[in-house]
Design a binder for this molecule. Structure first.
Ligand code: NCD
Length: 313
């Protein structure tokens, strides 16, 4: 493994498989234990540096670090010196001076984590940067697919919606390609990025044609907060062409699953009955996020220490 996790492309097939296997092992250990904590990262400090709103990802990283007994500092841009004009570099150097071993960063600027990694001696983990990448989301999605369907290689994965603004889509395409899945992106032409033809996947504008061939359907939120102009005629028109409703779900094969990274807009990209239905993995994805982030923190920070320590260490 590299020292930082900045992009899903940082992970080789061996690295990604190691993260997924370690996450499986950690999930079993925490399930079995009466006390959910492992001593593995005792004495280490993890800083959560969030410059953008987040519910799931921040709490998931916090819980993951705490389950490994690390000390956690939650740092949000509001109320910090960042709002007084301090640069990202100075903030990072301050945190490092306090002895942080890993910085988990979310920022609206694509490239912020890469930038940060140039100044920081510890590990930098990208928790979502602008429209660029969100590698731990892709890892938890892959983990969920493997858990539900038993494999990733050869799966037909369809990712639907606002690909243009989605760091989740970009990281998923890269990781799933490494893991041997076959990805198709479905979106209106206005919500596909320029240069998508260079990505290792297919594209389509026709959801109904792709659904019956899919093993996994991953729905994405339309990220209005990143949109200046109108990218589609109306919410209703979007839902009609690209929303996953009950009728569309009936065209899926028996074992196909429905995923969503959250936060979802019920009734727009996904019908409530579908979000809460048996094929939906949405709640599992959140739970799996903790195990996968534990694995990432452990592998980046645990170094040469024995695999997974026992309580009497
Ligand atoms: C996503 C994100 O922030 O990139 N959510 C997440 O991390 N679970 C997707 C989104 O905001 O729609």
């Amino acid at each position: 493994m590299k020292r930082h996790l900045l992009s899903a492309a940082d992970l080789t097939l061996e690295d990604a498989t190691l993260v997924l296997d370690t996450a499986t092992e950690l999930a079993q250990l925490t399930e079995r234990a009466t006390v959910k904590k492992l001593p593995t990262l005792r004495g280490r400090t993890v800083v959560n540096l969030f410059f953008e709103d987040s519910t799931r990802t921040r709490t998931s990283f916090e819980l993951a670090a705490k389950r490994l007994s690390a000390d956690v500092i939650n740092f949000s841009a509001k109320g910090s010196s960042v709002s007084k004009g301090e640069t990202l570099k100075d903030t990072a150097l301050t945190l490092e001076a306090m002895g942080s071993d890993a910085v988990v960063v979310r920022h609206s600027w694509s490239g912020a984590p890469v930038n940060l990694s140039r100044f920081i001696r510890g590990s930098v983990i990208n928790a979502g940067d602008g429209t660029h990448e969100h590698p731990t989301q892709a890892l938890l999605d892959a983990y969920t697919m493997r858990q539900r369907l038993g494999r990733i290689e050869g799966l037909k994965v369809t990712i639907v919606g606002d690909i243009l603004h989605s760091r989740v889509a970009r990281s998923n395409v890269l990781l799933l390609h490494t893991l041997g899945a076959d990805v198709t992106l479905v979106a209106p032409p206005t919500l596909l990025p320029v240069g998508v033809d260079q990505w290792p996947c297919q594209t389509s504008y026709d959801l109904d044609a792709v659904l019956p061939k899919s093993d996994v359907v991953m729905m994405l939120r339309v990220q209005r907060e990143r949109m200046g102009a109108a990218y589609f005629p109306s919410t209703r028109e979007y839902a009609r062409r690209y929303g996953l409703d009950v009728r569309r779900v009936q065209t899926l094969s028996d074992d196909a699953i429905v995923m969503h990274p959250g936060p979802m807009v019920r009734g727009m990209e996904i019908a409530p009955e579908v979000a809460d239905g048996v094929r939906s993995t949405i709640v599992e994805q959140v739970a799996n996020g903790v195990s996968v982030r534990m694995a990432v923190l452990y592998l980046l920070l645990g170094g040469a220490e024995p695999a997974i320590g026992s309580d009497d260490q």
